[in-house]
Ligand binder design. Structure first.
Ligand SMILES: C[S@@+](CC[C@H](N)C(=O)[O-])C[C@H]1O[C@@H](n2cnc3c(N)ncnc32)[C@H](O)[C@@H]1O
Length: 437
């Protein structure tokens, strides 16, 4: 029991009326002026919430709903036995119907666009019409084609597992219900791993056999060690492959993309084609146009753009990761009017602007941190007639939408896609055009 008048502390359990959903897979509740971010709850419920963490110097706490006193009509029994308070950190919404999960995701996007993006209620209402399923999962399960497993460190036989929410603790699991069939078919779940293996990257590509990449601790030398130090800055270093990493091939709309098994590719089997089709539909690239694909990966969007603009057009695909940029260059080789540039978007944009080049259409598909106001301003400076922003974080998108408005680009189209059913993540595809007045 918390002391009256004192702030809540870890381990305190309080009764809370659960309010609206918030970005991050939790709902907001209040207790004596303190904000609680409650996981495993749903809006409208009354729960017993156990405090797991105190944040913001006591301004808010994180908590888990450990008992539901008044359930929401949207509540279901989580299909996965490892989803729940203190258990796997992978899924946030297993206790909600899929329909409710999508409603919550649309509400989060709307709230971010209002609060951070500065859009009016009316604009948000017109743009956010719901969150759509992406074809290729089974009722929100069996979709994740890329899974990074950790390994238990204790005396329990060193088996693969998944991390507990906001913890380094590894929970051994012998199935993951959102993992694609191909991932499970590798048989690695539940099977002990050899000494020195601290993780496994498991990939079930769209073509060919699934791949398992054993990971170990970086020795601090060589390219793996450097990359690991960068990725793990401030935390324990990220694991690195223990041997050569195989390639995998993904197919989208008749195009093959071959990439490192550890390279970036959309994890939902229907996502790449859904996004690519929408990007092309919105940009409607014309023969002779100049297209810029920023954060291009291995060329998912650059290749069909190259096809559309044809020999009289140009495509520049910008990708910071050298290995991915090399793959993009290979995929663009049949289109000599298209090229891949291995550089950060910020630097490539400065070079493009310095050369006095312009762009008719632009794709932005940044990592979770978003493109940022500087990149958005540089893009606007190229005078595009249409920009499609592919966003995996609605807060970063909202910030960049606000920045875009400052430089004359307006958000005119939005699709909210459930490319990550069960976790709280959501993908947004946004169309920006020059303001007409
Ligand atoms: C969300 S992925 C999108 C990749 C690709 N568009 C796709 O859908 O397959 C983001 C990509 O941005 C790259 N990246 C990260 N920071 C970057 C930067 N500053 N400039 C350019 N690319 C960057 C990452 O290596 C990654 O390939």
């Amino acid at each position: 029991m918390p002391d009256p008048g004192e702030g809540l502390d870890v381990g305190d359990v309080v009764t809370a009326e659960v309010g609206a959903v918030a970005h991050g897979g939790h709902c907001v509740a209040r207790h004596e002026g303190q904000v609680l971010f409650v996981r495993h709850a749903l809006p409208g419920e009354e729960v017993r919430a156990a405090v797991t963490e105190v944040g913001g110097g006591g301004r808010f706490v994180r908590a888990d709903a450990v008992e539901v006193l008044v359930p929401s009509p949207d509540r279901v029994v989580a299909p996965c036995p490892w989803a729940g308070p203190g258990l796997c950190g992978g899924c946030d919404w297993q206790h909600a119907t899929l329909e409710a999960q999508r409603t919550l995701k649309a509400q989060v996007v709307a709230e971010q666009l209002r609060r951070i993006g500065g859009l009016t209620e009316e604009q948000v209402g017109a743009l956010v019409t719901g969150c759509e399923p992406v074809p290729g999962d089974r009722e929100g399960l069996r979709w994740r084609t890329r899974v990074e497993l950790a390994v238990t460190a204790g005396d329990d036989g060193r088996v693969p597992g998944l991390r507990v929410h906001r913890s380094h603790h590894v929970l051994p699991v012998d199935d993951c219900l959102i993992a694609a069939d191909g991932v499970v078919a590798t048989g690695v779940l539940g099977r002990p791993v050899p000494a020195g293996v601290v993780g496994l990257d498991v990939v079930a590509p769209g073509t060919g056999s699934p791949v398992v990449v054993p990971l170990g601790r970086p020795d601090g030398h060589g390219p793996g060690g450097r990359r690991a130090r960068r990725r793990g800055r401030g935390r324990r270093p990220a694991p690195v492959p223990l041997g050569p990493v195989p390639t995998v091939t993904e197919r989208v709309d008749g195009h093959d993309f071959t990439l490192s098994a550890r390279g970036f590719w959309q994890v939902h089997p229907g996502a790449a084609a859904t996004f690519s089709d929408q990007v092309l539909a919105w940009l409607d690239p014309q023969p002779g146009e100049r297209a810029l694909d920023l954060y291009a990966g291995v060329g998912l969007f650059a290749v069909p753009l190259a096809e559309r603009v044809g020999v009289s057009g140009t495509v520049v695909a910008v990708e910071a990761d050298a290995e991915a940029a090399t793959s993009a260059g290979r995929h663009l080789a049949p289109y000599p009017w298209a090229r891949a540039v291995a550089a950060p978007a910020e630097r490539a944009l400065a070079d493009v602007a310095a050369a006095g080049e312009r762009a008719d259409v632009v794709v932005l598909d940044p990592p979770r941190t978003g493109a940022g106001p500087q990149v958005v301003a540089s893009v606007a400076g190229l005078g595009p007639r249409a920009v499609v922003y592919v966003a995996c974080d609605p807060a970063a998108l909202a910030r960049d939408v606000a920045a875009a408005r400052e430089v004359g680009l307006e958000l005119v189209g939005l699709r909210v896609l459930d490319a990550f059913p069960m976790p709280h993540h959501v993908e947004c595809l946004a169309l920006l055009r020059p303001a007409t007045s």
